[in-house]
Write a new protein. Structure first.
Lengths: 131, 965
């Protein structure tokens, strides 16, 4: 398999791995930046971006393959790696559940306190410390 | 060591009975106090019977064992052992337990919640029995901590008394800290020996004592034993624990819990004792404790405080004996454990009786009770004389043995230190014992008792009465106790006992002189008690409670200061600290190791993925740049999600692409719904410096992750992947050709099972949160909520309604198709569930949630419940075929007109997944929409606002709906 890919590289050029790695990197960087913001909404968007990054990363640990069959067929003996795919599939669904809970928490906090700030206001923090 | 399998199998039952029984009193209290007591007695008596059945074998010198592997990899096993020492202690715990339960029945008043008391008491009893029966030290430590916790509940039983609460807290802090220290010591010991089983550790004396870790382990283990057994300087918690009801004091603080420390020292005696370190640490502590506590006891006016300090003193005496390290001293220690348990428990109960009858336990307010309470007087006198060490009572025998051992013990080349101090301790002991008789029961009768004293009913004095019968019986015929003492001492010392007999008359020995000095000196001290008491009160003494309070306050302040400086309520700061820490760990790992050479050649890049990559980059950068406009941010996030889905297709993962794109739809809808109520713009708050800092952190993170990914992608698996196994077995074992789906519903079905439960719980959390928000101030605010900006004129447009109605059956059919083919082609329960949820969602968007919901027959909670239930039942089904949970099966059936069908039990499981996903997604969205309804959004009667087919009359109805706004 490695040799065919080496040939393919010689033919086409470029580097798909770098593309995927940089995608994950950019998604992570954007995710971290938004998570560090001070309002709930950008934080949620940031978490979602991190979710994409993590899911793609997990998927990529099965190594990248193009045009290989994902479903068993007669006469074929190389397939994609099914294990990371199965793990990521549930991860995507679970992360939806998580996003939904976080959105609801953010909304509830905003409705109850009229502010969508992420941090405790200084007064509240003092109050907590004084307990 | 000979073992007996059948008798050994009783051991876990004996240990479990009190715990199981602890469930009963709380329930049975409804049936009355006597029933409750009976149900508390039942497990205790049963456990005691099982113990007695096992006793003959132990007395013959056998060691009963029971073994059940629990976490063998950690060395943690459920192993129980019963030898002489365990038998003695288990017998004390259960036997005195029976008496205490009887006594408590009459002691507790009607206002006290008796069920709670007995439940705590049985919990404690179980923990104690667990300690003495454990063969595994880790198991022992668990029970050890359980005694600290359950005794906390018992000491603080009278929650309304501040002394009770403070005493309970102090006991928990001191014994709990000691327990932690003991855990560390035991772990060291286990490491040295290579096993956590006592039966192995106890055979490794040479290895342990030769190890450089011997001294640290010894000190740490003694830390646990000394705190539990209230040895100086940790003795202060015991008197404060006297705020507990008297049955607790009699049970925990005289007979059982405080003896746990002694038990531990006796248990570890064969491997730890015999060194100078052991002698100086243990014997000295015991000696000091014995003398100091006896002296304090003499000056305590509170009956229970007097007994508490006398207990500390006697515990010191036994500790000292164990510390001597000679075999005869160990015999004396064992004998005194038995004797002390009998007379001290009886004395505590008499103190409780006096308190109960006279409503006072301050000696200054008592005196002259002998005629008013003759039975109590008799019991108390026998008990106290035994404590003083008067011949023909059991206390005399063991005290004599102690003095005999002390008489020839050399301490730091000095022949007189130990004998003199031991005699001094005995003098004080005689004095406070006599005082308990003279100042409480003798003397003139008084007229100012807070309540008229009288003897209690039989039930209350039966238990202490029985105990003093034992005191006299052993005192007169010590041969009765000899077999038990021998069996116990044999297991303490590890065998090889000198031949000895317990007897009253040893001839004229130094011990007899010392005893005589003690009695005479004690009587003299009591005679001069009044002037001595004035002197005592005039001398300044360190007050343990003040010091303890100061230390705990300082610790609390330091802890709070530390926590507050780290956790100041700024969540974004935590996120920043977390990111930087992870980055630091990554840098550390990166610089610390070498990387392997790249083994895979990179793949070529075609035009299409390059275009996708550019789009994704643009969308992500735009997202960061324009994130303040929240709607735009959502749109851009949708683009990112779409391209990720396309990427999955390109990289041969159609299942993931299908899942990602359907999740994308529901996520965006959800966020849009939420955005409706949130501010539409994010204000600019951070200054350029902070933004720059965050940018640096996030770029560093991105580069790190990208580098890591790139490094992984260019290298082959370090170890062989288990994927080949899945590919190989998927069709043969799971009956499906879509390996991803077979992994989900078959190979890793248990994971999936857990995940759908998590998803269901998440949806229920959302539902509950919404409910809580709507009930609170948030709900009130929503009611008066004024939408920002213009609303759509046509909220339920004709085009959308018609289109979604037409789409509905098609979408459902796609869902069913995706579901059915899932086992063999991309698809399955997760994806089908999402697609069907989207199909419903379209109806909801077109005609409004309330309209759609009123036409829906099954609530989403039920859907989630059924989903999990079906998945569980499928899993349980495998049990009936004699296979483990969730083992799948498949086969083929032919329905005549059709072709051959394949069926698999995994299909039923996938149905469960499908239902849970549909239910969870819909419940989450439904919860959000219920907020919209709270704002006063109208519930439309018709599916669409403007319908050309409708007559004018109908339109009026719609108009009313609008007007209701």
């Amino acid at each position: 398999m490695t040799t065919t890919m080496a040939k393919a590289k010689a033919k086409g050029g470029g580097n798909l791995e770098l593309l995927v790695a940089s995608t994950i990197g950019v998604l992570t960087a954007a995710g971290i930046y938004l998570v560090l913001r001070l309002r709930t909404f950008p934080v949620i968007i940031g978490i979602s971006l991190l979710t994409y990054a993590v899911n793609v990363f997990l998927f990529a640990t099965g190594r990248l393959v193009v045009n290989l069959p994902p479903v068993l067929r007669d006469g074929v003996d190389t397939y994609t790696d099914p294990l990371p795919q199965a793990l990521v599939l549930t991860a995507i669904v679970i992360s939806f559940g998580m996003t939904a809970v976080v959105v609801m928490l953010a909304l509830g906090a905003y409705l109850a306190s009229r502010t969508d700030g992420v941090n405790l206001p200084a007064a509240d923090a003092d109050e907590e410390a004084g307990e | 060591m000979p073992t007996m399998e059948t008798a050994g199998s009783f051991l876990p039952i004996i240990a479990a009975l009190p715990f199981l029984g602890a469930l009963l009193p709380g329930l049975m209290i409804q049936a009355g106090r006597n029933t409750c007591t009976a149900f508390t007695l039942a497990p205790t008596v049963l456990a005691l019977l099982l113990l007695l059945i096992s006793a003959p074998a132990v007395m013959r010198g056998e060691v009963l064992l029971f073994r059940l592997d629990w976490l063998p990899a950690l060395g943690l096993n459920v192993t129980f052992m019963l030898d002489g020492l365990g038998l003695l202690f288990a017998g004390l715990i259960l036997g005195i337990g029976v008496l205490i339960i009887l006594y408590a029945r009459f002691y507790l008043s009607r206002e006290d919640p008796m069920g709670q008391f007995f439940t705590y008491l049985l919990l404690f009893q179980g923990a104690m029995v667990g300690i003495v029966l454990s063969d595994n030290v880790l198991l022992l430590l668990i029970f050890w901590e359980l005694t600290s916790l359950s005794s906390f509940l018992l000491i603080g039983y009278w929650k309304h008394l501040p002394e009770g609460r403070q005493g309970a807290r102090m006991a928990l802090v001191v014994t709990g800290l000691g327990g932690l220290s003991m855990i560390a010591g035991m772990l060291i010991l286990g490491n040295v020996v290579g096993s956590y089983d006592l039966s192995v550790i106890l055979t490794q004396k040479e290895a342990i004592q030769a190890s450089p870790m011997y001294l640290p382990a010894l000190i740490l283990i003694l830390g646990g034993a000394f705190t539990k057994s209230a040895q100086f300087p940790f003795h202060f918690w015991l008197p404060h624990a006297m705020a507990a009801p008297t049955p607790v004091s009699a049970y925990l603080h005289s007979a059982t819990m405080v003896k746990a420390g002694l038990f531990l020292m006796a248990r570890m005696w064969p491997v730890l004792a015999g060194t100078p370190e052991w002698f100086y640490l243990v014997a000295t502590t015991g000696l000091v404790t014995m003398v100091i506590a006896a002296k304090i006891a003499l000056y305590k006016d509170d009956l229970k405080a007097l007994l508490a300090f006398s207990t500390v003193s006697h515990l010191g005496l036994i500790t000292m004996l164990l510390g001597f390290g000679t075999k005869m001293a160990a015999v004396a220690a064992v004998f005194h454990i038995i004797n002390h348990a009998t007379f001290k428990a009886a004395l505590f109960m008499t103190a409780g009786i006096v308190d109960h009858a006279a409503h006072a336990r301050d000696i200054k307010r008592l005196g002259g009770l002998r005629r008013l309470m003759p039975v109590t007087f008799a019991i108390a006198t026998v008990g106290a004389l035994s404590m003083a060490g008067i011949p023909l009572l059991n206390g005399f025998l063991s005290k004599e043995m102690m003095l005999e051992e002390a008489a020839h013990t050399v301490w730091a080349h000095s022949h007189w230190v130990v004998p003199v101090l031991a005699t001094l301790g005995a003098v004080f002991s005689v004095a406070y014992s006599f005082r308990y008789i003279v100042h409480v029961f003798l003397g003139p009768e008084r007229t100012d008792y807070p309540s008229k004293p009288h003897d209690p009913e039989f039930g209350m004095w039966a238990a202490p009465g029985f105990l003093v019968v034992l005191v006299v019986a052993i005192g007169v015929a010590p041969v009765l106790a000899e077999p038990l003492v021998k069996a116990t001492a044999a297991s303490v010392t590890g065998g090889g006992l000198p031949d000895f007999h317990l007897k009253i008359w040893h001839g004229v020995t130094p011990a007899l002189y010392m005893s005589a000095v003690a009695v005479a000196g004690g009587a003299l001290l009591l005679a001069f008690h009044a002037p001595l008491m004035r002197l005592w009160l005039a001398t300044p003494r360190p007050e343990a409670k003040t010091m303890f309070d100061a230390v705990t306050r300082a610790a609390t302040l330091a802890g709070r200061g530390f926590t507050d400086s780290l956790h100041d309520g700024a969540l974004s700061r935590y996120a920043g600290i977390f990111t930087v820490t992870v980055l630091g760990a990554g840098v550390f790992a990166w610089t610390g190791g070498a990387s392997l050479p790249a083994t895979r050649a990179p793949l070529p890049v075609a035009l299409l993925p390059a275009v996708g990559w550019v789009l994704l980059m643009v969308a992500t950068f735009a997202l960061v740049a324009f994130h303040r406009n929240r709607l735009m941010a959502l749109v851009l996030m949708g683009i990112v999600g779409l391209i990720v889905s396309l990427g999955f297709i390109y990289l041969s993962a159609p299942d993931l692409a299908l899942t990602q794109i359907s999740v994308e739809v529901v996520t965006i809808v959800l966020m849009l719904l939420a955005l409706n109520f949130l501010p539409h713009r994010t204000p600019a708050e951070s200054g350029p410096a902070k933004r720059f800092r965050d940018a640096v952190v996030s770029i560093a993170g991105g580069v790190a992750v990208a580098g890591l990914t790139y490094a992984i992608l260019l290298r082959d698996f370090a170890a062989e992947s288990i994927s080949a196994f899945h590919l190989d077995k998927s069709y043969k074992g799971g009956g499906g050709t879509n390996v991803v789906n077979v992994i989900l519903v078959d190979f890793r079905g248990f994971d999936t099972f857990g995940e759908i439960i998590v998803l269901g719980i998440a949806a229920l959390v959302i539902f509950a949160l919404t409910d809580a928000v709507l009930r609170g101030p948030g709900g009130r605010w929503l009611t008066s909520w004024d939408p920002v900006g213009d609303e759509a004129g046509d909220r339920h447009p004709l085009m959308m309604v018609v289109a979604t109605r037409v789409m509905m059956p098609i979408a459902l059919m796609v869902g069913v198709y995706i579901f059915l083919r899932g086992h063999n082609d991309p698809g399955g329960g997760f994806i089908a569930g999402l697609i069907v949820a989207i199909a419903f969602l379209m109806q909801y968007m077109a005609s409004g949630f309330a309209w759609a919901e009123s036409r829906q027959r099954v609530t989403y909670h039920v859907t989630i419940g059924f989903g999990v239930l079906i998945a569980s039942l499928t899993g349980i089904g495998a049990w009936f075929a004699g296979r483990p949970f969730l083992t799948s099966d498949y086969g083929y059936i032919t329905i005549p007109p059709l072709e051959k069908f394949e069926w698999a039990t995994a299909m039923a499981f996938d149905t469960g997944v499908f239902l849970t996903v549909v239910g969870a997604v819909m419940l989450a969205l439904n919860s959000l929409s219920s907020m919209a309804r709270r704002t006063g959004e109208t519930v439309n009667i018709f599916p669409m606002d403007i319908n050309p087919a409708r007559s004018d009359d109908d339109d009026d109805g719609e108009g009313e709906g609008e007007g209701g706004r």
